[in-house]
Design a protein around this ligand. Sequence first.
Ligand SMILES: [Zn+2]
Ligand SMILES: [Zn+2]
Length: 168
Amino acid sequence: MPRKTAPRAPVQTAKQPTPRQHRQALAEAQARCAAQGAQLTEQRALVLELLLARDGAGKAYDLLADMRALNPGVAPMTVYRALDFLVEQGLVHKVAATSSFVVCKHGPHPHNDPVFLVCGRCGDATEWDNPALGNQVEQALAGLGLHAHGMEINVDCARCQAQDAQRR
Ligand SMILES: [Zn+2]
Ligand SMILES: [Zn+2]
């Protein structure tokens, strides 16, 4: 009697097709790197795509795990260097408070580094598109002979505040 073969589990590591909005973001990133004289290689583009797939935010080890799901042999340095490259090109920001990487949604930052609102409770880090504030801080610091590398402001995010209101 022929042995029944168990239904094969779907391959978890197969790369999902890239959604249209991610394809567009990748094409824009490609164009921006080219304009800046840099090359968004396949590996670098893949790390950016994996970050987009995580709703635009993740930690280095999450991305390494995602990369290893596709290519088990990938070296950690490959992922870390790709992240450094994406940060250098202004496509991704590093949020020190949460040691996470966030895809920039506001295009190039010609005059100032990004302003992040970081929730001290849930760790949510949202880029605040506020060039006026960034420039003001930049100018004030210039008066002290200093230079800003971006700002992270501690907040209670709207979601955490709404949860508080529910509890009351
Ligand atoms: Zn940005
Ligand atoms: Zn929060």
